[in-house]
Write a protein that binds this ligand. Sequence first.
Ligand SMILES: Cc1cc2nc3c(=O)[nH]c(=O)nc-3n(C[C@H](O)[C@H](O)[C@H](O)COP(=O)(O)OP(=O)(O)OC[C@H]3O[C@@H](n4cnc5c(N)ncnc54)[C@H](O)[C@@H]3O)c2cc1C
Length: 252
Amino acid sequence: MIRPPKPTAWQAAKVLSIREETPRVKTIRFAVSHWPGHLAGQHADVRVMDKDGCRAERSYSIASPPGTPGLELTVERLEEGEVSQFLTGRLQPDDTIELRGPIGGYFVWSALQARNPLLLLAGGSGVVPLMCMLRHRRLLGSPVPATLLYSCRTREDVIYEKELSGMVHSDPRFELRITLTRDVAPGWSGAVGRLDLSLVRTYLERLGGAADSFVCGYTGFVEAASTMLLQAGQPGEAIRTERFGSAGPFSH
Ligand SMILES: Cc1cc2nc3c(=O)[nH]c(=O)nc-3n(C[C@H](O)[C@H](O)[C@H](O)COP(=O)(O)OP(=O)(O)OC[C@H]3O[C@@H](n4cnc5c(N)ncnc54)[C@H](O)[C@@H]3O)c2cc1C
């Protein structure tokens, strides 16, 4: 049984660095003084002051793996999105925001206890907590086979592409399938179109037909992907889902 650490109260989180992942996505690295540690898959709440001086609060999955210094959040800028615009557009190194966490005890995975293969399904920024699981798996040298099926709109929207490709090359037990739902860039040799049942079935069978599945993204993607897992024969109790909300891009 994995015991998630107890969340902290609101505390100051100082921005150490900001890294551009894609034109619309940034990873922000924070120094948080009283961090109790976290499990892969958990999230943090952030609180910022909006332009009218009101506080706004949102949840962001933790991207950095457990046990490493600094806390990383990867944020996708949504058009007209109040907090994501602030975090990706106005926040600068040395600025401070408020943060509390880690939060969540259900959508978590620990390489220390995992026995079953891992099947991860991500839509857009839903890849963030799944990347945390993959980084944790790599850090601990877990022998558990893992597959990431990752749906993005365009090549430009693929978050962590270089790091994921590196994992594919260095780890024969890791498989990656990126599928682009919109414009396909010249030279793209990967899959095109939405995730579909035959793809899910194929990769589930390659993992031996039984896996611990984690699905994350905006609501439309999560509902479609978890239905496919059930249709492919995954028992409901082996499927865990995390929804980022219904307002984000639906086209993953
Ligand atoms: C557990 C959890 C983990 C999450 N992890 C991540 C993560 O790792 N990375 C990430 O990027 N996101 C993550 N999210 C989503 C995140 O919490 C925010 O919901 C997201 O960043 C949007 O917040 P926002 O303030 O920018 O947008 P909001 O201001 O809340 O707006 C959301 C959307 O609604 C639209 N909208 C706003 N106002 C109006 C209006 N008046 N009329 C019509 N449309 C409007 C905006 O265009 C925008 O697209 C997570 C969510 C949850 C619940």
